[in-house]
Design a binder for this molecule. Structure first.
Ligand SMILES: Cc1ncc(COP(=O)(O)O)c(C=O)c1O
Length: 454
């Protein structure tokens, strides 16, 4: 049923807005079964009519769900419940947003408290939360990383890092890695390591090159060529562990060698920690796995505690000096707003107190041990696995097997990534505080799925 009356109907728009606001303000117990079914039905229609029909073909929540598509409604910890009350164990973690789980009570409480003071900033008075968060993060980040700028998404963090590298070096060139993912705005897209997203938008930033991820010799060769032919490079940009590519871990000497090469060629090293940062890989930051300090670090996803979007780019005082003469060279009206800062401060407190990096390291090792056993038992299904902490990728022999695993898990009420467009690798990226019992439950359901496919 499409309730749209005509193209423009302001009173209809208002009443529809009010209907949803009234619904979400009501206690859960007062939402009727009929209303739940209506939300479910309407969400699919609204996606088709106003978001993008294309998504409906790729979402297992539609293709595998039978009569009613799964429409998320309430989340808590590692459980996501749909509007009709069906519960899923979340091991997708919003692709890294939910490092502290969904709706961590202390993060929610912090944001609610700030909401009762002031939700956004005036743009003129000094805002204490942003300044305090910068100090706190300065004490958390490695080396002399200390100055930062806050924005709302990972790609904005990368854009800011690129601008800072250009300001500081006065050069325009960048080297990125194959299979890299840094976001989908035009600057970040220039660094993207996959042609499908990049090619239709060419030309992107000029003087951007790619070298194979994990190959320090290739970076050195590329820099030597750039030097020889006079292409000035500002920075090398990479993820410590490639996330979207399926948790690709580089050789152990890669990051230390990259650091040394960047220093020798006098270019900046930008670590995109949007996905690997803040506990995910078993350390506070991905680069901590190899004790490397980058010149600029990008953060995002988990920084907002899974409650408010939040991201940052961070650098040393030496580099940040170039931002001082005219601080308006980079601005954002909503970046680092008080709600986001209250979420980030609470996340950092929770992360350290609950030892989320330690939990990620321990659970990651446990899961990978179990995957080794599963690989032995089902070699035709599970071809390989890799990862660090709770950023784990499973690799399947074919796209078809991968898709079957993703939908088999979905049928067993486990939420994972893995779609028709990228089925061969499935990521396991749960909350870092996922209870051990749920980890075991997921592994049981994974084995049941493998058995069925075999
Ligand atoms: C390493 C990395 N950088 C940047 C981004 C882009 O973040 P966002 O989608 O918030 O723009 C992502 C998103 O997956 C990412 O994994």
């Amino acid at each position: 049923m499409n309730e749209r009356k005509e193209f423009r109907d302001i009173e209809f728009a208002r009443s529809e807005a009010a209907r949803m606001v009234e619904l979400i303000r009501r206690p859960e117990s007062e939402v009727s079964q009929e209303e739940r079914e209506r939300i479910t039905r309407e969400t699919t229609e609204n996606f088709a009519n106003h978001i993008n029909k294309g998504f409906l073909e790729y979402r297992k929540s539609v293709t595998e769900a039978g009569d009613f598509a799964l429409t998320e409604w309430i989340g808590q910890g590692s459980i996501m419940t749909d509007a009709l009350g069906r519960e899923f164990i979340d091991v997708l973690g919003g692709f890294g947003i939910y490092s502290a789980g969904i709706r961590h009570p202390e993060i929610v409480a912090s944001v609610k408290a700030q909401l009762d003071r002031s939700p956004q900033y005036s743009q003129e008075m000094l805002d204490p939360l942003r300044a305090h968060l910068a100090k706190v993060l300065g004490y958390l980040t490695p080396g002399d990383l200390q100055y930062m700028f806050f924005i709302n998404s990972g790609t904005e963090a990368v854009e800011g890092a690129l601008k800072l590298a250009k300001f500081y070096t006065g050069r325009s060139g960048f080297i990125a890695t194959t299979s890299a993912f840094h976001g989908k705005t035009l600057g970040s897209l220039s660094l993207m390591g996959k042609s499908v997203y990049r090619k239709p938008l060419m030309p992107l930033m000029h003087n951007t090159r790619h070298v194979p991820f994990g190959d320090a010799d290739a970076l050195e060769r590329q820099l030597a060529i750039c030097q020889q032919v006079g292409d000035d490079i500002a920075a090398f940009v990479a993820e410590p562990i490639q996330g979207e590519a399926g948790a690709i871990v580089p050789p152990d000497d890669y990051w230390p060698r990259v650091r040394e090469i960047c220093d020798r060629y006098d270019i900046l090293l930008i670590a995109d920690e949007v996905q690997t940062g803040l506990g995910r890989t078993g350390k506070y930051f991905g680069v901590d796995n190899w004790n490397v300090v980058p010149d600029i670090m990008c953060l995002g996803k988990a920084l907002g505690g899974g409650v408010v979007p939040m991201s940052a780019f961070v650098a040393s005082p030496k580099i940040w000096k170039v931002m001082e003469p005219n601080p308006f060279m980079h601005t954002s009206t909503t970046g680092g707003n008080p709600l986001a800062c209250s979420a980030a401060l609470a996340y950092i407190d929770v992360m350290v107190r609950e030892d989320l990096p330690g939990q990620a390291a321990r659970k990651g090792e446990y899961i990978m041990g179990k995957l080794a056993e599963l690989q032995q038992r089902y070699p035709a299904v599970l071809e390989g696995y890799r990862g660090k902490g709770l950023l784990i990728g499973m690799e399947f022999a074919t796209d078809e097997i991968g898709y079957k695993v993703a939908s088999g898990l979905f049928k067993r009420q486990v939420l994972t990534a893995g779609t028709l467009t990228n089925a061969k690798a499935i990521r396991i990226e749960p909350a870092l505080n996922i209870p051990d019992t749920l980890v075991d439950e997921v592994l049981t359901r994974l084995e049941d799925t493998f058995k069925e496919i075999k």
